[in-house]
Design a protein around this ligand. Structure first.
Ligand code: C2O
Ligand code: CU
Ligand code: CU
Length: 505
């Protein structure tokens, strides 16, 4: 059953342009693919050595014809065998389970017909391991990553990052979770094993032969980004969970190219949130609904213990003033069909977080400003610039060790009528969201999602709504080099809404 109520054109009211006025200009960006740069291997053997390949495959998503996909497949070459967990019947890559402090070497082989490179989204890794598009390797080539897992326990992920082709490559199936654990988290006794469940939410469109359909010849759709008419969870349509009546830890990733979700339980139960992009919060927080932008993760304490066995609930998407967000639709269903055999108690205190706010530097430094807008050629950009492989402007150079305030302002289409949300992502670090300010003229749109924003804790992606200004605090630690910041609407990113920043030692 396909979700035909998801109308990908219902956002056109926001756009004051006729498609005739739009030029194709900036959409087809020329890519240059330098020779593979292989990172230096460390002297000691790593704790874990993995092989990961990206290759064409086919999976049974619907009855009948199988669906052609691109898929990451993994193998443990050395280290614990349970580092890799494969999701059954899914195009998604394996879930990688790592512990903070472990050293990892990943041998990536590109078995696609076009260049690719893996980026570890959210991880604090050296420049050589960050998967910058200039490091993309040609078909048949390898890239070796060496890094130490430095991040807090949490839900991270990995996906391709070749310039101009990230959207289609992720869309074809290339994405996987990277789950980190650490001692602080283990001591909490949160639900684990069968009670700790990943939920990757994506939208796709399939043709009558069960094949993925990407893109549109309609220029307006391309400016907005891809919106599918079918929701998949962990790569499967009509997804349902079968649970005991006890607490679960649910790890949600919005792995969609462009779609922003406004998630809620259909019976009105509020969410108890325990983690964000960069791991556990200090304490659990509640929301009646959650606004989850592309690339963002949220971790829930979902307690089904007050439900009788054989009750059901659904995770739904509420309507909002976002692209494709007008209709309400179902994400997944939960069938509470077994009596609990054990339980678990929600800790009052989850983790300790050092707040950047407390540092003096914040009060004394001017923010670094980033204006998100669209140029006359209908290309999304940042400070009037689009992506160039090695370009760094003077105002994109930061100093290693510095704490900075970055201010993103969503200025929309500068009177051209196009206003869209931009989920802004910064590579190489986790940041803290200081505050938000919304322009009065856009307050109505904003208020359809604002109560679902979760700004607590650590983030690598923050949603900047039309007319909104968001301030974030970031610190450049340990690694110098060239990193990216960009809109994680993958169509915007591919169109050039991405820039380098340089960390200078
Ligand atoms: Cu998840 Cu540069 O991206
Ligand atoms: Cu990233
Ligand atoms: Cu964007």
């Amino acid at each position: 059953m396909k979700n035909k109520d998801l109308n990908r054109r219902d956002f056109l009211y926001q756009l004051g342009l006729s498609s005739a006025a739009v030029s194709v200009g900036g959409l087809l960006s020329a890519c240059s693919f330098p020779a593979a740069l292989i990172s230096n291997s460390t002297l000691n053997p790593p704790d874990i050595e993995l092989a990961l390949s990206a290759s064409p495959d086919e999976v049974q998503i619907f009855p009948g014809v199988k669906t052609n996909v691109w898929r990451y497949q993994g193998e443990v070459l050395s280290g614990p065998a349970n580092t890799i967990q494969t999701l059954p019947n899914s195009y998604l890559g394996p879930i990688l389970h790592l512990k903070r402090g472990q050293s990892v070497r990943v041998h990536f082989t590109n078995q696609l017909t076009e260049p690719s490179i893996i980026h570890w989204h959210g991880l604090h890794v050296p420049e050589s391991a960050d998967g910058h598009p200039r490091l993309a390797v040609a078909p048949g080539q390898k890239y070796i990553y060496d890094f130490t897992v430095a991040d807090r326990a949490g839900t991270y992920w990995f996906h391709p990052h070749p310039h101009g082709r990230t959207g289609p490559q992720v869309y074809n199936g290339l994405a996987g979770l990277f789950i980190i654990s650490d001692d602080e988290e283990t001591a909490l006794g949160l639900p684990s094993g069968d009670y700790d469940l990943p939920l990757v939410i994506q939208d796709r469109t399939f043709d009558d032969d069960n094949q993925l359909y990407y893109g549109s010849t309609n220029m307006m759709d391309q400016m907005v980004g891809f919106l599918g008419d079918q929701i998949l969870v962990n790569g499967q349509p009509d997804f349902s969970l079968s649970t005991e009546n006890r607490p679960y830890r649910l790890r949600l990733l919005n792995g969609s190219n462009s779609r922003i979700y406004k998630l809620a339980w259909d019976d009105g139960t509020p969410f108890t949130i325990i983690g964000t992009d960069g791991g556990l919060l200090e304490k659990p927080v509640e929301r009646n609904y959650i606004t989850l932008a592309p690339a963002q993760r949220i971790e829930l304490w979902a307690d089904f213990s007050s439900y009788k066995v054989s009750s059901h609930m659904r995770l739904i998407n509420l309507s909002a003033d976002t692209p494709g967000g007008v209709a309400e639709f179902s994400i997944l269903s939960v069938n509470i069909d077994r009596e609990a055999t054990s339980t678990s108690v929600l800790p009052e205190q989850l983790s300790s977080i050092t707040w950047h706010q407390e540092a003096d530097a914040v009060n004394h430094s001017a923010p670094r400003d980033f204006i998100l807008s669209m140029d006359m050629g209908m290309v999304w950009n940042i400070n009037d610039r689009t992506f160039k492989m090695k370009d760094v402007a003077k105002d994109e150079i930061v100093q290693l060790g510095d704490l900075e305030m970055w201010r993103f302002t969503n200025a929309g289409g500068r009177g051209m009528g196009m206003t869209l949300p931009h989920p802004m992502h910064i590579h190489g670090l986790q940041f803290q969201v200081l505050d938000r300010q919304i322009d009065q003229s856009m307050e109505n749109t904003w208020s359809t999602i604002s109560e679902g924003l979760v700004d607590e804790g650590w983030h690598d992606t923050v949603l900047v709504m039309p007319g909104e200004r968001v301030r974030a605090l970031l610190k450049f630690e340990d690694f110098s080099g060239l990193y990216l910041y960009h809109c994680h609407n993958l169509e915007h990113e591919d169109m050039g809404m991405m820039r380098n920043y340089l960390v200078e030692a």
